[in-house]
Design a binder for this molecule. Structure first.
Ligand code: FES
Ligand code: FES
Length: 163
């Protein structure tokens, strides 16, 4: 067993002290902290289920060693909105039927948030497909997910006063 050391990890704006082994992945740490909205799938960077935002950019948490992300902001899907005040992506996924079993949903929403925040607020289908190409869904057939991201982008542009 790899020795552990204590570090501060800021998840959804809340710093926490955690004991972390040298070979521990961010996925393992987050789930150990109770952030079970971060899903564990392939654990080798193929499925996107474990995606989180790291300083605002989507990463697969199964590929990050936790000790490398000290001082950086980690955001999970729970950090984007609440049931009472959901993010437009969360609303659009629910309303467009882009959620079936829901296992892939946190990763897709994180990948879409990274696209809309960092690349373009008005993505075409090809841009959305490319941004989500690291995420697998076994249920929806993807079209409803594409629709949801397109709709959320429109809502966000309207909220920002950009048509
Ligand atoms: S669990 Fe991380 S990419 Fe699949
Ligand atoms: S909704 Fe079931 S895997 Fe995507």
């Amino acid at each position: 067993m790899s020795p552990s050391r204590t570090m501060t990890l800021a998840v959804n704006g809340r710093p926490r002290q955690v004991a972390v082994a040298a070979n521990e992945t961010l996925l393992e740490t987050l789930r150990g902290m109770g952030a079970v909205e971060v899903k564990s799938g392939c654990e080798k960077g193929d499925c996107g289920a474990c995606a989180v935002l790291l300083d605002g950019l989507a990463v697969d948490s199964c590929l990050c060693l936790t000790w490398t992300v000290a001082q950086r902001a980690v955001t999970t899907v729970k950090g984007l909105g609440t049931a009472a005040d959901p993010h437009p992506l969360q609303t659009a996924f629910a309303e467009r039927g882009a959620v079936q079993c829901g296992y892939c949903t946190p990763g897709f929403i994180i990948a879409a948030k990274s696209l809309l925040d960092n690349d373009t607020d008005d993505p075409g289908e090809d841009e959305i497909r490319y941004a989500l190409s690291g995420n697998f869904c076994r249920c929806t057939g993807y079209n409803k997910i594409l629709d949801a991201v397109t709709e959320a982008a429109q809502v966000l542009r309207e909220e920002a006063g950009v048509q």
